[in-house]
Design a binder for this molecule. Structure first.
Ligand SMILES: Cc1ncc(COP(=O)(O)O)c(C=O)c1O
Length: 313
């Protein structure tokens, strides 16, 4: 969405690659060479957009990585838009860090209700701006954009947001429980896919898995699949598996990556969600919790196994 929004507002977009062989960490040399290319072509990049924990990879930027990026951005006097909407959804001892710690003067943090509170579709976003006069004029710009485009957040959602950010203990407990369930489910699916030969970084946050099918590219070609879009469509048409192609995130289509989301399976209605919450509080063993209470996740894994068998036929 960020690149389409930038294009809509007449800005140019300069993408820098994150390499799977470097665990999708930001490489300052790559970032800098994309920046220099933009300068050489007469552009003057002013904003760097970051996202950690990351959709689609599910990784978290380390402190060291963020310090280097902050130092680089400071030298170039670049604003950072840091999308931290998954900051409360971190797994297994991983901690979220914000780049605002190292570059408070020009970092704007974005967040919202939908991820940690399982409120997908509740349109509420928030921004934390740096102190200072520049932010006052930015707030005025935000207000005029919001006022002209969507007018305001609907009243009931505003009340929800007040409650969500009120420091309520029950809500904090709910967030922790949901995050634990996301972690169990995401790692379970990741482990099962790995055992089928589908490698991808082990997610440390959010609820996504980003496997590549590239090692099967020759076999897939024989099935008429040469791009990640074709792969995604094939899975939908033949196996009723919904995925997003990596190209939707700017990835090279020949990498044959797909973004899988584990958040919605088996929790599509409030009743189903409550059943999973109840089962979680009764079942201590994560493996049994998955096997006994996640029939559609199991079905998804069976279908994926069949698809991989078909590729290898
Ligand atoms: C990184 C990131 N930022 C922002 C959003 C927007 O979230 P929402 O529109 O649900 O508030 C999403 C949703 O998928 C996301 O993945």
């Amino acid at each position: 969405s960020y690149s389409s929004i930038a294009t809509l507002t007449g800005r140019s977009v300069h993408r820098f690659e994150l390499d799977v062989n470097q665990d999708y960490q930001i490489n300052i040399q790559t970032l800098d060479s994309v920046y220099q290319e933009a300068i050489d072509s007469g552009r003057n990049p002013k904003i760097l957009i970051l996202n950690s924990p990351c959709n689609p990879v599910g990784n978290i930027s380390s402190k060291e990585e963020l310090k280097l990026v902050a130092q680089w951005a400071k030298e170039k006097d670049i604003y950072i838009l840091s999308d931290e909407i998954y900051s409360l959804v971190t797994h297994d001892g991983f901690t979220h860090h914000t780049i605002a710690e190292y570059y408070p003067e020009k970092t704007i943090i974005f967040g919202g209700l939908s991820k940690h509170l399982s409120l997908g579709g509740w349109r509420f976003g928030m921004a934390i701006l740096p102190k200072g006069d520049e932010s006052i004029s930015l707030i005025q710009s935000f207000q005029s954009i919001a006022g002209s485009i969507w007018s305001c957040v609907p009243g009931p959602i505003q009340y929800t947001a007040i409650l969500a950010y009120s420091g309520n203990r029950n809500i904090d407990d709910y967030i922790k429980t949901c995050t634990k369930i996301h972690g169990i489910r995401t790692h379970y699916v990741h482990g099962k896919l790995s055992s089928m030969g589908l490698t991808s970084p082990k997610p440390s946050g959010a609820f996504y898995i980003y496997p590549s099918f590239k090692k099967w590219s020759t076999k897939l070609e024989k099935m008429g699949i040469t791009t990640c879009e074709e792969l995604s469509t094939y899975l939908l048409d033949h196996y009723s598996i919904a995925t997003l192609p990596g190209s939707a995130f700017g990835d090279d289509t020949n990498n044959l990556c797909l973004r899988l989301s584990t958040s919605f399976l088996d929790m599509e209605t409030d009743d189903q969600a409550q059943k999973i919450l109840d089962a979680y509080s009764e079942e201590n063993d994560p493996k049994l919790f998955m096997e006994k209470h996640h029939p559609r996740t199991t079905l998804f894994l069976e279908k994926m196994r069949k698809f991989i068998a078909e590729i290898n036929e």
